[in-house]
Design a protein around this ligand. Sequence first.
Ligand SMILES: NC(=O)c1ccc[n+]([C@@H]2O[C@H](COP(=O)([O-])OP(=O)(O)OC[C@H]3O[C@@H](n4cnc5c(N)ncnc54)[C@H](O)[C@@H]3O)[C@@H](O)[C@H]2O)c1
Length: 351
Amino acid sequence: MKKIKVGIIGAGSISHMHTTSYKKLDNVEVIAVCDIDEERAKAYAEQYNIPQVFTDHHEMLKLEELDAVSVTTWNNGHAPLSIDALKAGKHVLCEKPLAMNAKQAEEMVQVAKESGKLLMVGFVRRFGENTKILKEAIEQEQLGDVYYAKTGCIRRWGNPGGWFSDFERSGGGPVIDLGVHMIDLVRYLNGKPKAISVTASTFNKLGMKPEMKGIGKYYSADYSTHNDVEDGATALIKFDNGLTLFFETSWVMHVKQDELYLQLYGDKAGAQMEPTIEFYGEQNNYFTSTTPLVDPNTYGFESNFNREIAHFIDCLVNDTPCLNPAEDGLELMKILDAIYESAKTGREVLI
Ligand SMILES: NC(=O)c1ccc[n+]([C@@H]2O[C@H](COP(=O)([O-])OP(=O)(O)OC[C@H]3O[C@@H](n4cnc5c(N)ncnc54)[C@H](O)[C@@H]3O)[C@@H](O)[C@H]2O)c1
């Protein structure tokens, strides 16, 4: 059996999910790792027994035997590194968001087309068991016409700092970090309609609040308190199939507790995907609420990554159509650009 040879560019937090998932596959070998932080790259190579270590991705991409790379760097690396990899003839799985903005994402899609290589975007939540259950229900028209959706990812105190809160490297705050997942899920579940208009506000009221005590949060690998991105946002997004989406997010907000929610409202039934999967329908002139039972072993972050990575490899080996094509990452960047534009101008933005 020919093994697919993979390299990791960016040996930070999330790359561990990629590498451990690749390692679970018999037909994959992780042969190289690259990070601008040499110590980190070396320690990573040792941890996972990866034979080749680089600090410059150009050098890594010269490896002829390398078939594919995961790009798991800061957001500002996604476009240039993916483009270099595609031009070097490698397939790419690029973490979300696909790029810093739609202009960069467009170029990535173009280069991928020209190279004939796969560019997949890491919308990992599409591989969730709850996503699968809800998508199946929608495809079987159990919800009917889904005309309204609400989704939010709210943190009371959750600015990770470091590159996340440095606009030059991230392209934005919770909108580009958390919003990208939630808005993508709503699009994906509903057959990928195109957004046609966005009215949004972003907030820069509370900053990062590094001085707070009492509760914990996720810290970026290279933590610093520089912060020049939004701390929260809200948006109303209309799609070309008639769907209206209300979205909100925050890294820091005076709210009772963190919240993650995704709700869809159809003319036959409604559904909630987060925080738990539930359906709201009608039977014998009674309103009903039902909760599918889901195996806890197949549920969660790690399982989603295992499935995402297995799918990426399946696309390369068996020509399976890619569930997360780069074009979907581009559509999301158009929406995120419109959120920031509407917040800046105070007006509705037509896409
Ligand atoms: N899919 C998800 O649910 C999910 C979750 C977390 C993070 N992410 C995404 O993954 C990416 C990385 O996030 P993280 O939390 O792992 O960050 P991190 O800071 O822990 O790791 C990023 C690593 O990239 C390295 N790096 C930066 N530029 C580089 C370059 N040009 N060449 C080589 N290495 C470079 C850094 O030195 C660092 O080690 C981000 O784009 C983030 O949005 C996705």
